[in-house]
Design a protein around this ligand. Structure first.
Ligand code: HEM
Length: 348
């Protein structure tokens, strides 16, 4: 996977995705937000990142085809970190059933793609599915269909649930901090006003979204979608006076590192300027992990998050409908009621 993904996530490829992401965002906001005066942000943000993943990973464009996967993906995500009790009604059991359904659907898509590739109706480079079907491992072996289905399943989860949690928290923080909203709005409107009507966002536009990305980073610091991950000690070592034997399982926590005042003074203060200049010290800001297993989807996520910010602030201001909404973590953080907001479109 680490050999294959860079093909799909290299800068030249990412540049091509920006226009597609912007077109998807445009259609999504037009159909799901613009004719509503109140919306639930979390499910809509999920829809947005899922539409993009389905389009870019699998070339699925038809929203009705995409919506078939939505509910099972939710069940699967809710069962990833759960007690492994496989009895009817448990989150674990529901997740297994949902993943079996998704795998079956993915296998149909994989088989059809094989036919389309053979007939010249699909291109070898059109998406990650084609790449997987045509890439061999070190021994010249192709992946089996089930292997590909499993890998795509993992990517679809890793590649959409995380970014949708971030988009949701951006909406939450921008509402709570109007002075930050104004600065993001100004940056995005300067970009919007520099473009012809209907012209899509470009790589150059993304590079101009510096302040917006600093805001997104501050959101990723305070509400990292992944709380941390597991590691195994490959050698005996001593950390903070504790001796950790080789082979022990460790958990590194993004959340506690991000709230450590030695790394981030006044850690609970929302302050995007922390990311100006050189930004935080290495290995202190770790929403995407660090080292050899750093998230390979980081740049892709940056693009879809910035495209989301551009499209939402250009259209609306909003007001939260639940004052102090509780945050639950399952396994990503999310507002307990889905972040209901009242929308106020900007006057033309
Ligand atoms: C805001 C969005 C995202 C966040 C916060 C995030 C975070 C992370 C983190 C913390 C890890 C574990 C790193 C480690 O163990 O050191 C990871 C791994 C991974 N992520 Fe992401 N991710 C995001 C988006 C994406 C996207 C969009 C994709 C795919 C396009 C993706 C694909 C992966 C893969 C394949 C791995 C496993 C890498 C490996 O184990 O070598 N992620 N991600």
């Amino acid at each position: 996977m680490r050999k294959l993904l860079p093909q799909f996530l290299k800068p030249e490829a990412l540049m091509r995705y920006i226009g597609i992401m912007d077109a998807i965002a445009d259609a999504h906001f037009a159909s799901q937000w613009e004719n509503e005066d109140r919306v639930l942000v979390f499910p809509l943000a999920k829809k947005y990142t899922f539409l993009i993943a389905c389009r870019l990973f699998l070339s699925i464009e038809d929203p009705s085809h995409v919506s078939k996967f939505e509910a099972p993906f939710q069940l699967l995500a809710a069962g990833i970190i759960s007690l492994p009790i496989d009895l009817p009604g448990t989150p674990f059991n529901r997740a297994i059933k949902a993943s079996n359904f998704i795998r079956r659907e993915l296998l149909k898509i994989i088989k059809q793609r094989k036919v389309d590739l053979a007939d010249g109706k699909a291109s070898p480079t059109q998406d990650i599915l084609s790449h997987m079907l045509l890439t061999t491992d070190e021994d010249g072996q192709f992946m089996t269909e089930m292997d590909i289905a499993n890998k795509i399943l993992g990517l679809l989860i890793g590649g959409h649930d995380t970014a949708s949690a971030t988009c949701t928290f951006i909406v939450k923080y921008l509402e709570e901090l109007p002075h930050i909203y104004e600065l993001v709005y100004k940056e995005q409107m300067d970009i919007a006003n520099s473009k012809a009507p209907g012209e899509r966002l470009s790589w150059e536009d993304i590079q101009k979204m510096r302040y917006s990305w600093n805001v997104a980073c501050e959101v990723l610091r305070l509400a990292p979608p992944l709380q941390g991950a597991f590691r195994e000690a490959i050698n005996d070592f001593i950390f903070n006076g504790f001796s950790i034997p080789k082979g022990w399982k460790l958990y590194w926590s993004a959340n506690s590192t991000h709230r450590n005042p030695e790394c981030f003074p006044e850690p609970l203060k929302f302050d995007p300027t922390r990311f100006e200049g050189k930004g935080p010290a290495p290995y202190t800001f770790v929403p995407f992990g660090g080292g050899p297993r750093t998230c390979p989807g980081k740049e892709y996520a940056r693009l879809e998050i910035l495209v989301f910010m551009h499209n939402i602030v250009r259209r609306f201001k909003w007001k939260k409908l639940v004052g102090d909404e509780k945050i639950i973590v399952n396994p990503m953080p999310m507002p307990a009621k889905g972040l209901p907001v009242l929308l106020f479109p900007h006057k033309a």
